[in-house]
Design a protein around this ligand. Structure first.
Ligand SMILES: [Fe+2]
Length: 100
């Protein structure tokens, strides 16, 4: 999350990212979006203030949308991300089916 104590967090490297570095950066961005969802939803759960709760949930949902945008970008950059995600989903579906 916030890295204000790291003086190098906003430093741009002297060269552009390679393709692999860009893919890793997008994975980090996806993690950051999920971390933001976690933070905002936990704050929403922790308050009884209806306006704050509404705003926090709304922003959390926007972060979920951002995660989807990054996921789509990752698929376009890698060409096989969705295939791996589908394999994982199929494994869980299989396990869920086994519990019925
Ligand atoms: Fe975001």
């Amino acid at each position: 999350m916030a890295e204000f104590v790291n003086p190098f967090s906003g430093v741009i490297p002297p060269r552009k990212l390679s393709q692999n570095e860009l893919v890793r950066a997008i994975r980090l961005n996806i993690a950051a979006e999920h971390e933001a969802v976690h933070l905002y939803m936990s704050h929403a759960d922790a308050t009884d203030n209806p306006l704050a709760k509404k705003v926090l949930i709304n922003i959390a949902n926007e972060e979920r949308q951002h995660a989807g945008e990054f996921a789509r970008l990752l698929e376009l950059l890698t060409g096989d991300e969705d295939e791996w995600l589908k394999k994982g989903a199929a494994e869980v579906d299989e396990m869920a089916e086994g519990l019925k």
